[in-house]
Design a protein around this ligand. Structure first.
Ligand SMILES: [Mg+2]
Length: 170
């Protein structure tokens, strides 16, 4: 059984687009890390999640992965606050009752929270994938734009992972 860790923002939910639109409206300078961290720490995540579209049937795909019996699934998501972790967990639980959810404090690498060796991380942010592969894991980039070479295998729908060779090995 392969361990598959799935990112939340930008993979399951389109929260990046929703929050970036808010930042634009509020005219927050995105290169100002202090302002950005303040913005994300104070966000009303419960409300944000009700406004955010699910990406490409992510929960349906995860149920399919789960039902395949080929992998252990977990959601691995960076959080800026305890409120964000609680809102995300409550939201995910409406769709999936028993998937493992690992909130990762923003200041820590995702590699510090779980066993990375030979495990797959599906993430939209290449920085996370680079760290993951350094720790012996397998990085798969999630993007709705398949046209650009990103240095990692790219998928635009979570169930596509079942068609990849490494997922069938075990
Ligand atoms: Mg992400």
């Amino acid at each position: 059984m392969k361990n598959i860790y799935i990112d939340f923002d930008g993979v399951i939910m389109d929260t990046n687009r929703v929050t970036y639109d808010m930042l634009d409206r509020l005219e927050v300078d995105k290169s100002d890390s202090e302002k950005m961290s303040e913005f994300y720490s104070n966000l009303n995540w419960k409300k944000i999640l009700t406004l955010t579209p699910i990406i490409n049937d992510a929960f349906g795909c995860m149920k399919k992965l789960y039902a395949s019996g080929k992998c252990n699934l977990a959601i691995l998501t960076h959080v800026n606050s305890v409120d964000e972790a609680i809102a995300k967990i409550n939201f995910i639980r409406k769709y999936m009752k028993d998937v493992t959810i690992i909130p990762v404090p923003r200041e820590l690498s995702k590699t510090k929270m779980c066993s990375t060796k030979d495990s797959i991380l599906i993430d939209d942010y290449s920085g996370n994938l680079i760290e993951w592969e350094k720790e012996g894991g397998i990085g798969v980039q999630f993007s709705t734009d398949l046209s650009k070479d990103k240095g990692f295998p790219v998928i635009d729908k979570l169930d596509c992972i079942l068609d990849m060779k490494f997922a069938e090995k075990e």
